[in-house]
Design a protein around this ligand. Structure first.
Ligand code: CO8
Length: 373
């Protein structure tokens, strides 16, 4: 069986970022307007007045300070409160592919590789912009890769499950080199008029180049990979192709992201810590062997709790780096972005662990070892 190595990574961020203060100012202006327009119904007890949001709550409850979006003006326009996306012709590159291509090009450049070196593209993200042709095939075509491409989706574990698929392709000899691309365009899936969730997500694209390990190249070899899923309705979106045909017609809000955040927190943290500790033990390793945990980036308090349980001691920010202050939750991209931003300072043979967790529930956990050729 071949062995796989992560050779390089790449990242695309939209040019515009929205701070908590900007987001909250827009939300609160809309709340004030809505409450004024519905004052009579509120006074009569027919409607409940909407409560304002607060930057202080957002930062304390989630650790998020800002998020990138594909269209700041649309998000902050109280008459719209969602990104505006120009409809593109069939001859133009799609929004998701464009983001993915930029991240993929960066990963190729970082490894000194070009399209001729790559056999396949996996596009793994929470939601696809269209059903077919696959976004992965569009990315493959734009980069000029002679091989194959396919899309896959496992919500917040899309990045790690995609990585594990790439590893499997290389181990079985199906491919020698795979570009994994995770473009997460989440802000159009968010209800910016919902106080509970309007601050949570941001847009990004991340790419990893995974190759057959020939023992010559720098990178990260794969020590072990684990996947776990367990059905839960606590994080849900009912957006889908049947919406247009459903009777009764679904309310528009039902198509957005919704969650029972407290339940998710309580249920997912112990599941993740237990899986990581079990995986380490099964590989004759302990937390002390892990120089860094690149955890999914949904909530800083979740990450602190999981890292505390895994290390069984206080830990330094360097041991469980946080990127959600800048990016917010980027769904399936989060743990890969943390890896991209914070994979320096490893000596040959030192190990770290990448772990995603989220809707499904789903957990993807990969132990990596630094290889310096
Ligand atoms: N401003 C001010 N106050 C607020 C706000 C706000 N914006 N929102 C809620 N509050 C208030 C509430 O009204 C409540 O007040 P009171 O105590 O008086 O009733 C108080 O704050 C506490 O509310 P919560 O209990 O809801 O607050 P929490 O402390 O639980 O924090 C979080 C909310 C931050 C959402 C937290 O529960 C959390 O992050 N949980 C983990 C969730 C998680 O990790 N989910 C993973 C989702 S991501 C995923 O799986 C990918 C899905 C695919 C994504 C697709 C892209 C869109």
């Amino acid at each position: 069986m071949n062995t796989a190595i992560i050779r390089s990574s790449g990242l695309w961020t939209p040019p515009e970022s929205v701070s908590n203060d900007e987001l909250v100012a827009c939300f609160n202006a809309w709340v004030e307007k809505w409450n004024a327009e519905n004052a009579d119904a509120i006074a009569a007890g027919e409607l409940e007045a909407k409560a304002p949001s607060s930057s202080g709550f957002i930062e304390k409850a989630s650790g998020i300070k800002s998020r990138y979006t594909i269209d700041k003006a649309g998000v902050l326009d109280i008459g719209r409160m969602r990104p505006e996306v120009r409809r593109r012709s069939d001859d133009e590159v799609s929004v998701m592919a464009e983001a993915g291509i930029a991240a993929a090009r960066q990963a190729l450049e970082a490894a000194g590789r070009d399209a001729a070196d790559v056999d396949g593209v996996i596009c793994s993200a929470t939601t696809m912009q269209r059903t077919y042709p696959c976004i992965a095939i569009e990315i493959q075509d734009a980069l000029g890769i002679d091989g194959f491409g396919y899309d896959m989706s496992v919500a917040c574990s899309s990045g790690t499950f995609g990585l594990i698929n790439a590893i499997n392709s290389i181990q079985t000899g199906q491919a020698d080199s795979i570009l994994l691309v995770t473009p997460e365009i989440t802000t159009p899936q968010l209800n910016f008029r919902d106080r509970d969730s309007h601050f949570i997500f941001g847009d990004v694209a991340v790419a990893l180049l995974i190759e057959r390990d020939d023992g010559q190249a720098d990178g990260w070899s794969i020590v072990n990979a684990r996947m776990k899923t367990s059905y839960s309705n606590n994080i849900r979106s009912n957006f889908g192709f049947l919406n247009a045909c459903e009777t009764p017609e679904p309310v528009f809000e039902d198509r957005y992201f919704v969650q029972e955040g407290r339940k998710v927190f309580k249920e997912v943290c112990p599941m993740v810590a237990e899986l990581i500790l079990d995986q380490l033990q099964a590989n004759q390793l302990t937390a002390a062997d892990m120089k860094r945990l690149w955890l999914h980036q949904a909530n800083i308090n979740m990450n602190m709790m999981i890292a505390r349980k895994v290390y069984d001691r206080d830990f330094t920010p360097d041991e469980a780096p946080v990127i959600l202050d800048e990016f917010a939750n980027t769904a399936g991209a989060g743990s890969l972005v943390a890896f991209h931003r914070h994979s320096d300072g490893f000596e040959n043979g030192e190990k770290g662990l990448m772990c995603s967790f989220g809707a499904g529930y789903s957990i993807g956990s990969v132990i990596l070892e630094r290889r310096a050729a």
